[in-house]
Design a protein around this ligand. Structure first.
Ligand code: AP5
Length: 210
């Protein structure tokens, strides 16, 4: 299955992409993770992307389209893949349609006030991409997968979260109509009180895995 996970920042794209990756045995391709690794490594791409990411703005289309086009050529993408955080603009979606055939665009929908609560408490592993929330960590500050120290993302500061939500509404939300018109859209209305596992069950149902 060639799958796109759509949805506002903090809707749970990364959380469910990791579960789908484990269940389906296909890679999660997160442009956010790729860009954060480039920033950490101080590459040319990272240096160009850093100021946009820290402000909560989108990195220019031409920088991310190339990353995904190259990544999809790798042998581990032959059986399918999960695109997490790409495409983010109509221009990216149009570029994607020239080098990939998408089966489903799954839209995770969630109210802004829940998003702000989730992102302010998020802790991440910059080594393996593990994602946690302080409410379930019980004081632990290391990654359960690889033992790396967990950190708070710089763009999870309250004022940056607000900008990311507004960037999402202006530049990314139009993709919901774009994929609806192509007959590829499925939506999960995420219950704000549901656990991660309960929401993942809804994701599986929407993908006909349950
Ligand atoms: P990116 O890393 O893609 O960030 P994002 O889209 O803003 O998404 P997030 O990673 O913040 O949220 P998520 O939906 O994955 O939620 P998560 O699963 O972590 O992008 C970062 C930046 O990179 C962008 O701002 C931009 O600058 C740049 N960029 C990336 N891709 C780009 C592109 N294509 N074009 C241009 N620029 C690009 O969940 C959030 C929290 O909620 C976690 O703590 C989680 O544990 C918790 N949680 C999840 N589900 C539940 C639940 N059911 N109950 C309780 N807690 C839950």
């Amino acid at each position: 299955m060639n799958l796109i996970l759509l949805g506002p920042p903090g809707a749970g794209k990364g959380t469910h992409a990791q579960r789908l990756m484990n269940e389906l045995g296909i890679p999660q391709i997160s442009t956010g993770d790729a860009l954060r690794q480039a920033v950490k490594a101080g590459t040319e791409l990272g240096l160009s992307a850093k100021k946009y990411m820290e402000a909560g703005d989108l990195v220019p289309d031409e920088l991310v389209i190339g990353i995904v086009e190259e990544r999809l050529k790798a042998p581990d993408c032959q059986k399918g893949y999960i695109l997490d955080g790409f495409p983010r603009t109509v221009k990216q979606a149009e570029a994607l349609s020239r080098f990939a055939k998408i089966d489903v665009a799954l839209n995770l929908s969630l109210a802004d006030e829940v998003i702000i609560r989730r992102l302010s408490g998020r802790r991440v592993c910059l080594k393996c991409g593990g994602t946690y929330h302080i409410s379930t960590l019980n004081g632990r500050d290391t990654c359960a997968n690889c033992g790396e120290k967990l950190v708070q993302r710089k763009d999870d500061a309250p004022e940056t979260i607000r900008n990311r939500l507004s960037v999402y509404a202006g530049q990314t939300a139009p993709l919901i109509d774009y994929y609806q018109q192509k007959g590829l859209l499925r939506t999960v209305d995420c219950d704000p009180d549901a656990t991660v596992e309960e929401t993942y069950d809804a994701v599986r149902k929407a993908l006909d895995l349950a």
